[in-house]
Ligand binder design. Sequence first.
Ligand code: GCV
Length: 658
Amino acid sequence: MSETEVHHAWLPPVAWQPIGSRRTLVVGTGPLVDTVRNEVAQACARYGGEVRTGQPGGGAPDLVLRTDPDPAADGDGYELVRAAGTTTVRSATPAGLLYGLFHVVRLGAAAFGADFPARTESPAARRRMLDHWDNVAVHPVMGQVERGYAGGSLFWRDGALREDLSRVHAYARLLAACGINAVTVNNVNVHAAEARLLTDRLADVAAIATVLRPYGIRVHLSVSFAAPMLVGGLPTADPVDEGVRRWWREAAGRVYAAIADFGGFVVKADSEGQPGPFGYGRSHADGANLLAAALEPFGGVVHWRAFVYNHHQDWRDRATDRARAAYDHFVPLDGRFHANVVLQVKYGPIDFQPREPLSPVIAAMPATSVAVELQVTQEYTGQQRHVCYLAPQWSELLRFPLAGRSVAELAGGGLVAVSNVGDDPFWTGHPLAQANLYAFGRLAWDPGADPGELLDEWISLTFGPDDPALRRTLHLMMDGSWRTYERYTAPLGVGFMVHPGDHYGPAVDGYEYSRWGTYHFADRDGVGVDRTRASGTGFTGQYPAPWSDVYESVWSCPDELLLFFHHVPYGHLLRSGSTVIQHIYDTHFAGAEQAAELVAWWRAVPVGGLVTAELHARVTERLGEQVRCAREWRDQINAYFWRKSGVPDAHGRPVDGS
Ligand code: GCV
């Protein structure tokens, strides 16, 4: 594969062979049905099969893809059955047919084997969305893609829309194949050039929408709360100002005139320097409802982010707790948001750490539509240089019974994730990081799906179904990789300890005396943040029963979250039976060793078939960096806590970095 070619990801031509070598009947009309027909026709052109429309002649079809027009129908579901030698997908909407087709692709030859009874599939989340933190103009610090680890943007280059959007077309296919149906095309930090996407550069957004539409994907746009001033020439952005309200209505009207199926706005307000309603003494309900009212006539939604906290904190001030902020700001507003506002809440109360408790906001706003936000881009999980398959973490989070209902059920507003793709030939920098994007889409569709099975599904699609040895190796390398990463980084849920700014690699005190509110409070006696009601910041009180009590007590708090909720002595005995300090040493030795084992496993994988020389070399190069970085984490963390505590390793290993 040359640098200009693009990796096929989970849609290599061979994945289409079972369909492409058979006879398929496609019944239905409309643009999405055309997409289905074209996909099947391309597969048939390659593998000698046949695609028909209308009534069949010349023998029964092997596959029937049928959408029965039902104007009242909504949604993306379908029915799949195999009987009397024919596999049939039936849907009430064209979108359902598209997702049904990709289900048949996933099944491969099994779709055409023994009969199976009818099963209906429909997504748990209506909106399954990827946010791109892509900048139109290259940002002096954050570059073309904020927290992007896979090259440039698929959409934008050096201040302009890319002329060639064929990568966007290929991306749309991949996204539809894993169930994604919404994409935000620019960063939530909206700078000057990006603010204009709403006005004089709207045509750029419309051009992207045209490419994504055939795959059932709607475009959303991140907007600045200050847009009426930045691009509208108004003296204020105050949400109660009639001129401001009119400006947003007209802006929304222009958007829908250009993009009839536009999804809506995403807003980061009063957060990390972005403007918001606080600037006018208004609430976030006032702010969100302003935009919601403008979008309402057109059926659009506002994804309003709950990531609001004081990023000018004084580290001496122990009463201010960043973890509390979203709840304190938003829960009092429950019931005050318009129906088309979706509150977009990061899964944890801090910031996409490898281990955090769930954000209590998710369970605390029954009268508000809530979406949960995950991070596929690996800002804090190895930046696509480390193997870190995140689906086990997401699955754990989505199944968690936060208030008698799982997080997936509470997320009625959908699932959102920050995308990890760029213009890299492998899409994601690390080729194995493609699995995270795939698994996010599949979990957004079915949060109950088993992450290990999703991994196997991804491996079989991406590398072909016929290599059990490769499948075993990749499964071994990836399935436990999130826990491995957790072992060699910040211990027991305390988080951060990353290099300031770029957030890569260890810096134990990197944020300890900073304004960002991400502390660990290690001293000679102990470590951790006291967030109890009894003696700390009271954050545990934001949880519903039983979690408020489970987290409050040092004895019932799960080990993996202990230092998130408690400050304990190094000799504190964990539920596992180990002490905190010994756990730190043990997990860091083990984690770095497990990272090193990845190299041996991968070395045994031969180049050949869909494991091209380029892909093999790229993974090898990334693994080298992972091993180096994991060792660095091990030595810095162990040395730091040895120096603080003076407690030696019980097994006599060197913990001073020697
Ligand atoms: C887009 C973290 C990241 C920022 C990001 C922010 C957010 O703080 O480091 O780069 O900004 O989250 O989610 O808005």
